[in-house]
Design a protein around this ligand. Structure first.
Ligand SMILES: C[S@@+](CC[C@H](N)C(=O)[O-])C[C@H]1O[C@@H](n2cnc3c(N)ncnc32)[C@H](O)[C@@H]1O
Length: 216
């Protein structure tokens, strides 16, 4: 009987240790890793086609490629010459033919119409010099019912100025302005995260192409 009690205590202590260890290893704030949040919000699954718009050095395109599997595809778009070169390099090293590097322009993504189940714009939208043209273009690239995840930052007064972008009070965009701009093109908010991590000013908004969205 006493041995049974001792065993139960050891078991409880083991569970407690496991819980403590998980808490220590978990990212700050107990949030799941960013990659998991992105995959879950965009409902990414093997075989899907997703675009990483403004992919930068390609870190996220490579992660997304792993998640859509061999039958899936990732379009990684960029406009900056040296980043396009770095992106192509990284893709050549990491990819199994799943990532297509796309040269975009200030007013067009270069994505084929209706190509994508989902779009990721991570810290990119506030860089657009013609956001209206890009919204229309991205709307055309998205399949009906497709989702866009916008990870953004509220205006950061101390960050460098971005030439030719709309003045929204600094480097970034307020959440309500972001929502209003996309709503004007018929996009509907699915959910938002007022805090995204990585930076106190960072947030995320998930949108869906509504019935009145451009590009139908
Ligand atoms: C802050 S970086 C973000 C890079 C990457 N998404 C990340 O999260 O690490 C913004 C990127 O947007 C790109 N960009 C700006 N305007 C663009 C456009 N119209 N189409 C595609 N990319 C654009 C810039 O070249 C830059 O690499």
């Amino acid at each position: 009987m006493r041995r049974g009690v001792a065993r139960a205590r050891w078991r409880a202590a083991g569970v407690a240790c496991g819980v403590a260890l998980t808490a220590i290893l978990a990212p700050v704030g107990g949030e799941e890793p960013e990659e998991e949040r992105i995959v879950r919000l965009l409902r990414l699954a093997p075989g899907q086609v997703v675009a990483d718009v403004g992919a930068g050095s390609g870190e996220w395109a490579v992660k997304l490629a792993r998640r859509v599997g061999e039958r899936g595809r990732v379009y990684a778009t960029e406009v900056t010459e040296d980043l396009l070169a770095a992106l192509s390099d990284r893709v050549a090293r990491a990819d199994g033919g799943r990532i297509v590097v796309v040269r975009g322009e200030a007013r067009s993504s270069g994505l084929p119409p209706g190509c994508c189940d989902a779009l990721l714009l991570r810290l990119v939208y506030h860089h657009f010099t013609d956001p209206g043209a890009m919204r229309a273009d991205l709307s055309r690239a998205l399949r009906p019912g497709g989702r866009i995840l916008l990870i953004e930052t509220r205006p950061q007064a101390a960050w460098r100025e971005l030439p030719e972008v709309p003045d929204r009070g600094g480097h970034g965009i307020p959440l309500d302005e972001l929502l209003a701009e996309w709503a004007s093109d018929g996009f509907v908010e699915v959910t938002r995260r007022e805090a995204w991590g990585g930076d106190p000013e960072r947030f995320a908004v998930l949108l869906e192409r509504g019935p009145d969205a451009l590009g139908r």
